[in-house]
Design a protein around this ligand. Structure first.
Ligand SMILES: C[S@@+](CC[C@H](N)C(=O)[O-])C[C@H]1O[C@@H](n2cnc3c(N)ncnc32)[C@H](O)[C@@H]1O
Length: 343
C-alpha cells in the first residue's frame, strides 16, 4: 500500500494524475462543497486557534475554504507527503499566506486537521486461517498464462505473523473465524500518538470514513474494508493498476481514540459528520450564501445533501476531535454532540 500510494514519482499520490473531484477517481467533502471547509472553520470559531496545521491537504481546497471562511486569521501550515500535491496546493493557495512544512513540528499548538488522511495511511492485512493469525504480503510471480500484462504479476501470500505487537493486536481485535480478513492500521495509530505526544495545547480533528471497533470487526464483515477507487468506480483488488488507483481502508476510530488517550490527550468529541456540520451551522451558512443564480443554488444544495444524508457521507463519515490543555475548555461546547460512548 505504501509503494502503490507513495513511491516517489510512481505512487498514486506522488504521480501527476487528477485524483480528486468529478474528473478524478473519488470526491472528498471539500471537493464536493466549498461550504465544508467554511463549516469546519465555523466549528472552531469560538476557540479561534492561533495556528492551524493541515495534514494531507490534497488539492488545497479545504485550506482555501477554511482560510477564506474563518472569522479570524490563523497562521495556516500544511504538511503533505506528496511533492506533486504540494505543488498543486501552492498554485491554488498562491494568494494566501500558507507555509508548507517538510516534517512534523517538534511541538504543536493550535488545531491540526486531517480530512481523509487516516484512510490513506498504509495498513496491514491480517487473516485468521487454520487456527492462527497470518499477515498478508505482496509478491510477484511469473505467470506465463497472461500475455496482456506481460508475464509478471502481483499476488497476495499469507504467513504467520512474526511481529509480536501486530500478533497481539490481531488476537485482540480480529475474530477467530476461519477465512476472516481485515485490516489493522498501526501506522495511523502511531501518527495520532506522535501528534498527541507533541501537542502542548490544542486539538486534532480527524474526519474520515470508519467505525468504532465493535462495528468494524463484526463477524459479517469477513473480507475487511480495503477498497480501491479508479475513475469513480470502487472495487476490491488492490493488486490491479499499481500506482494508478487509490487504495484505502476504513478507520478503526476506537484505535485512534486509544492512541490519543495513551499519549496523554482527551477525547473531546466523536460524532457523525452530519451532526458535526449541522452543529457548526452549515444550513445557516447555506441560506446566507448569495448564490449567483438558481442553478448554482440547486447544485450547492445537492452537494450539502450528500455531506449530510445518512445514506451518503453524513453517517458514514465520522469526526473525532482529541485535545490537550486550555483548548479543552474552549471546545467544551462540543460535548453537546459528543457520542464517544460509541467508541
Ligand atoms: C484521500 S487524500 C485527501 C486529501 C484532502 N484532505 C481532501 O480531503 O480532499 C489523502 C491525502 O493525505 C496525504 N497524506 C497521507 N498520509 C500523510 C501523512 N502521514 N502526512 C501528510 N500527508 C499525508 C496524501 O498525500 C493526500 O494528499
Amino acid at each position: 500500500m505504501r509503494e502503490v500510494l507513495y513511491a516517489p514519482n510512481l505512487g498514486y499520490y506522488s504521480a501527476g494524475a487528477t485524483k480528486f473531484g468529478a474528473a478524478g477517481d473519488f470526491v472528498t467533502a471539500p471537493e464536493l462543497s466549498e461550504l465544508f471547509g467554511v463549516a469546519v472553520a465555523d466549528s472552531f470559531a469560538a476557540w479561534q486557534p492561533s495556528s492551524v496545521l493541515e495534514l494531507g491537504a490534497g488539492s488545497g481546497r479545504l485550506a482555501q475554504q477554511f482560510i477564506e471562511g474563518a472569522t479570524w486569521r490563523p497562521a495556516y501550515s500544511i504538511l503533505e507527503l506528496s511533492a506533486d500535491l504540494r505543488e498543486r496546493q501552492q498554485q491554488r493557495l498562491s494568494s494566501h499566506s500558507v507555509t508548507w512544512l517538510d516534517a512534523m513540528p517538534g511541538r504543536l499548538v493550535g488545531l491540526t486537521l486531517a480530512n481523509e488522511v487516516l484512510d490513506a495511511t498504509p495498513c496491514e492485512l491480517v487473516r485468521y486461517h487454520a487456527g492462527q493469525y497470518e499477515r498478508g504480503y505482496v509478491t510477484v510471480v511469473n505467470d506465463t498464462s497472461d500475455h496482456r500484462i506481460g508475464s509478471w504479476r502481483f499476488v497476495m501470500t499469507w504467513h504467520p505473523i512474526a511481529d509480536a505487537q501486530l500478533r497481539a493486536v490481531a488476537q485482540e481485535r480480529i475474530p477467530a473465524i476461519d477465512g476472516y480478513v481485515s485490516e489493522i492500521n498501526l501506522e495511523a495509530e502511531a501518527l495520532i500518538a506522535t501528534l498527541c505526544d507533541r501537542l502542548d495545547d490544542g486539538a486534532i480533528c480527524m474526519v474520515d470514513y470508519g467505525f468504532p471497533r465493535r462495528e468494524y470487526y463484526v463477524p459479517d464483515r469477513r473480507g475487511g474494508t480495503l477498497a480501491c477507487h479508479y475513475r469513480q468506480q470502487v472495487h476490491f483488488d488492490p493488486l490491479l493498476l499499481p500506482g494508478l488507483q487509490d487504495v484505502t481502508a476504513h478507520v478503526d476510530f476506537t484505535a485512534m481514540a486509544e492512541a490519543a488517550v495513551d499519549a496523554g490527550a482527551e477525547v473531546i468529541c466523536y460524532c457523525a459528520q452530519a451532526q458535526f456540520l449541522l452543529a457548526a451551522g452549515l444550513l445557516d451558512r447555506m441560506q446566507r450564501t448569495p448564490w449567483p443564480d438558481e442553478r448554482s443554488r440547486v447544485t450547492a444544495t445537492s452537494a450539502i445533501q450528500k455531506l449530510l444524508a445518512p445514506t451518503e457521507m453524513g453517517e458514514f463519515f465520522k469526526v473525532l476531535i482529541v485535545g490537550k490543555g486550555e483548548a479543552l475548555t474552549a471546545l467544551a461546547p462540543l460535548a453537546a454532540i459528543d457520542q464517544s460512548y460509541r467508541l
